[in-house]
Design a protein around this ligand. Sequence first.
Ligand code: SAH
Length: 194
Amino acid sequence: MNWNKAYIGTPPWDIGHSQSVFEALVKEGEIKPGRALDIGCGRGDNAIMLAINECDVAGIDIVEDAIKDAKAKAIKHHVNVNFVVGNVLQMDRLFMEAEFDFVIDSGLFDAMTDEERPVFAQQVHRVLKPGGKYFMLCFSEKEHKVYGLRQISIAEIELTFKSLFNIIYIKDSTFDTGVGPSSIKAYLMFAINN
Ligand code: SAH
C-alpha cells in the first residue's frame, strides 16, 4: 500500500469523523482522561475525539500530509494534540517507555506484514505503561467482501500479542465507512499491557 498516494484524495477509511467503536469506549468509561496515543492516526479524527473527551493525546502517522491535515483539524476543534510524523515500528525514537495509559489503533495492525507484527507488538508494549490499555480495531476474516484488505483471524491476533499483553477480549465489531456499505466487519481487541 502506498500510504502517501492514498492521502492525495480521500482514502476510503477517512470518513471525516471518529469511529463509533472508539466513541463507545469513551462513553462506557473504558477510555478515560489520561495519556493516549493514536497509532496510524491518519487525518486525526479519533485522536481529536479523545482530546475533546479530556485525554492528553498524541497521534502518529507515517504520512506527512495526513499529519498536516490532522494538525489543522485539531486547531479547528480548539484542541491540542501532539501529532507527529513517524514510523510506528520505530517509536523508540519519538516516545518514552511507558509514556501512555491508552493506545488506540483503528486499522493500523491490519497494515503490518507477518515480519513486522512482532516488532509492532513490541513497540506498542514499550510505549504503554504496565497495566496500560490497548484497543485495536482490525478487519475481520468474517467480512466476505475483500476490498483488497488483509483479513485477520482471532488466532493471528492472539499469536501477535499474547506474549506481551493480557488479552481481555477479541470481539466482533465494525468499522464505519464513508462509501459503499455502512459498515465492515471487524474485530475489536482489548488488551492490558504486561
Ligand atoms: N486510523 C486512521 C487511519 C487508518 S489507515 C483512521 O481510522 O482513519 C492506516 C494508517 O496507518 C494510514 O494513515 C497510514 O498512513 C498509517 N501507517 C501505515 N503504516 C504505518 C507505519 N509503519 N507507521 C505509522 N503509520 C503508518
